[in-house]
Design a protein around this ligand. Structure first.
Ligand SMILES: [Zn+2]
Length: 181
């Protein structure tokens, strides 16, 4: 009987393995050793993000973030992270900037966003990516405008990444289409 049981188990395992269908999601992003190697328009946006970083209020994390949103009409709207003694009440720089931009100009597309970081705790060895909540917030606008939002992620001395779209940072994303919209 044991032999029959083993046979059944191996048949089930074989059936599951033959049903397996895997997919791979990959994306490419550009890597720059120095901010000075970025194209001029991106350098300018990064420098506005660094200016905005001065408005960072981060007494708890001491991790300062500046963001500059370039709109399709050429206007730049900036933001910096704002922390709070009640931690969840704070907001990331990216969302401060993009919410302000869309509140002022709801009908203008977002072209790109530069995000820069500085920490009082440790040297920044590579650029930082938006947190999950910011990716989801940015994705909403990218889906609405049906146009990719470029991200320029930069540090002062440890280079920059250019990511072609928010979707590439949020594989298998959740959006309004799943709500039947
Ligand atoms: Zn965030």
């Amino acid at each position: 009987m044991l032999g029959e049981w083993s046979l059944n188990v191996s048949l089930i395992i074989h059936r599951i393995e033959s049903m397996k269908n895997t997919r791979e999601i990959a994306f490419q992003y550009e890597v720059y050793e120095s901010v000075n190697d970025l194209q001029t328009a991106d350098q300018e946006l990064v420098s506005k993000a660094f200016e905005a970083l001065r408005g960072s209020y981060a007494p708890y994390s001491r991790f300062h973030v500046g963001a500059a949103v370039l709109l399709a009409d050429g206007e730049v709207v900036c933001g910096a992270n704002q922390e709070n003694a009640a931690y969840p009440s704070g907001l990331c720089a990216e969302r401060v900037a993009v919410f302000a931009a869309k509140a002022q100009k709801p009908d203008v597309d977002i072209d790109s966003i530069a995000i820069v970081i500085e920490s009082e705790n440790a040297p920044m060895l590579f650029p930082s990516s938006p947190c999950g909540a910011c990716r989801q917030s940015l994705l909403e606008y990218e889906v609405n405008q049906d146009r990719a939002v470029r991200l320029i992620l930069a540090t002062r001395n440890s280079g920059a990444y250019v990511v072609p779209s928010i979707k590439s940072l949020l594989p298998l994303f959740f959006d309004q289409s799943q709500l039947g919209k």
